[in-house]
Design a protein around this ligand. Structure first.
Ligand SMILES: Cc1cc2nc3c(=O)[nH]c(=O)nc-3n(C[C@H](O)[C@H](O)[C@H](O)COP(=O)(O)OP(=O)(O)OC[C@H]3O[C@@H](n4cnc5c(N)ncnc54)[C@H](O)[C@@H]3O)c2cc1C
Ligand code: FES
Ligand code: FES
Length: 484
């Protein structure tokens, strides 16, 4: 049985919509339909954070709130979620008084023209709820996805610290309503397929992953939408028709991370943020790299599966995952196949994915003990910026020699791919500076990069080699001296 409406919570209200196209974005609904104009539109492409709202959703019985960009959040994807806008914030004594985060922003002079302020307040509110005692570094990370043209950020960082000191989470209206909201969201889940449309613009939310497989067989050319941090821009910036669109981020089966023996498994609907804990535990060397992906709002919505499936030569997950020997599991109907990730990328714009097929999960072999891992990203801005060159590296060492070497780059070719000559220069070579120097020089034989506005070909070649030199220099000094 198909349901022909979406329903969700918006602040304190339940909303039911029968007319909703795949291209309808939450921000327009809030501002135009509901006149909730506290949520601002700055860029309409996920960059500035002025449109930040909180989205609460149930996963395995736990209600989790994340900050997301309403400008690229499809309204259809709000089905079964709780959207919280800045209008819902108030002090513990009821409406009219300022929330501790808002008061801290006022008192620390964290706002000037005020355009960015609601979005910054919502990002800081999300941090205040989930991490009551953040370090300065964690505050800065929470604000990676928020731009402010006026304050210079110092007062905003001070405001976050003041809000943390003020505390008051237990009296927060959202915290007090958690159980009630969780019950309401659970009641909205009926496991049915949802189909809604605005004229021909059709959105389908399958009822389960099996239903997704069936729906894709019915509509093999449908646009799959996970976190919509790429697809959202096709709509807002390129005005593309994406109908029929098949939404997948709500499917619990795709949202699981798991460890199966010596393999890490990331479901295709797992966001960057949700995968972070697994990275921290099993691949700690890659954690700083993970934090360089976009900003919090995009990491909270965007999926690792979407990052792979989009086939981009500059997606940040493939270089690291290819170096680690990851595989991707694809499903078409009831049939599954698993391909090495490096073979999934065939040529620019061409992936090994058939019509009707979708990415179900990513499988990452746990590195053998002692494996040296590195992940590096070069971009114009340190935060929330797209990569010019990225490198993933995994080396195993035996008796002072490099036994195996897997090195992959993004931004150096039309697809993310390994560097065979670099790998050959390292394999069997002593763990010594000369080996890494030879490998750095071999980069030029593996790639003929393009020049574009992100970087010139010469810069890309130089920096790709320098990332190998950096790896050597980042090894503990005692080990480097012992190796020479
Ligand atoms: C402001 C901003 C900053 C960004 N910064 C970065 C960055 O630093 N590094 C980076 O790598 N990326 C970045 N991105 C790009 C984007 O966030 C990532 O690529 C993200 O991982 C995409 O995931 P998604 O779930 O949002 O994909 P979606 O937008 O939902 O989908 C992306 C593509 O994958 C397809 N797809 C999605 N899931 C599946 C599936 N399971 N099976 C088959 N096809 C599927 C879709 O049809 C679409 O073609 C940024 C984006 C924005 C807006
Ligand atoms: S309006 Fe800029 S991120 Fe949404
Ligand atoms: S206060 Fe003006 S943009 Fe931030």
């Amino acid at each position: 049985m198909t349901r022909n409406h979406i329903r969700f919570l918006l602040n304190g209200d339940e909303v039911t919509l029968t007319e909703c196209g795949a291209r309808d974005m939450l921000l327009d609904f809030l501002r135009v339909n509901r006149r909730l104009t506290g949520t601002k539109e700055g860029c309409a492409e996920g960059d500035c954070g002025a449109c930040t709202v909180l989205v609460g959703r149930l996963h395995e019985g736990v209600l989790r709130y994340d900050p997301v960009n309403a400008c690229i959040r499809p309204l259809a994807a709000c089905d079964g979620c709780h959207t919280v806008t800045v209008e819902a914030l108030h002090g513990a004594d009821g409406s009219g008084s300022l929330h501790p985060v808002q008061r801290a922003m006022v008192e620390a002079h964290g706002t000037q023209c005020g355009f960015c302020t609601p979005g910054i307040v919502m990002a800081l509110y999300a941090l205040w709820l989930t991490n009551p005692r953040p370090s300065r570094e964690e505050v800065a990370r929470a604000l990676q996805g928020n731009l402010c043209r006026c304050t210079g950020y110092g007062p905003i960082l001070d405001a976050a610290e003041a809000a943390a000191s003020a505390g008051g989470q237990e009296a927060d209206a959202l915290m007090r309503r958690r159980d009630e909201v969780a019950r309401a969201l659970a009641a909205m889940r009926d496991g049915r397929r949802v189909e809604v449309a605005r004229e021909h613009d059709r959105a389908i939310l399958p009822g389960s992953v099996d239903d997704l497989a069936a729906a894709l067989m019915e509509h093999p050319d449908a646009t799959i939408v996970a976190g919509a941090t790429d697809v959202g821009l096709w709509v807002t910036k390129h005005l593309r028709d994406i109908a029929p669109a098949l939404f997948i981020a709500h499917l619990p089966e795709l949202r699981r991370t798991d460890v199966d023996g010596d393999t890490l498994i990331i479901g295709a609907g797992v966001t960057w943020d949700e995968a972070e804990q697994m990275v921290a535990q099993h691949l700690p060397e890659a954690l700083p790299y993970w934090h360089r992906v976009a900003g919090w709002q995009v990491r909270a919505a965007g999926t690792v599966g979407g990052n792979i499936a989009n086939g981009s030569p500059i997606g940040d997950s493939p270089p690291l995952l290819i170096a680690l020997g990851a595989e991707v599991t694809l499903r078409q109907g009831d049939a599954r196949r698993t391909v090495p990730l490096e073979r999934y990328f065939i040529a620019y714009g061409k992936q090994d994915r058939q019509p009707g097929e979708f990415v179900e999960s990513i499988r990452i072999p746990l590195p053998a003990p002692g494996t040296r891992i590195a992940a590096e990203k070069i971009s114009k801005r340190p935060d929330s910026d797209i990569t010019a060159v990225a490198m993933g590296l995994a080396l195993t060492i035996e008796d002072g020699r490099i036994a195996t070497a897997r090195i992959a780059y993004g931004g150096m070719a039309g697809i993310p791919r390994r560097a065979p000559t670099v790998e050959a220069a390292l394999t069997g070579a002593p763990l010594a500076e000369a080996s890494f120097e030879a490998a750095a020089q071999a980069v030029a034989q593996d790639f003929t990069p393009l020049s574009d506005w992100r970087a010139s070909a010469d810069y890309r070649r130089l920096v790709a080699g320098n990332l190998i030199r950096r790896f050597w220099l980042s090894q503990p000094e005692a080990q480097r001296e012992a190796a020479e």
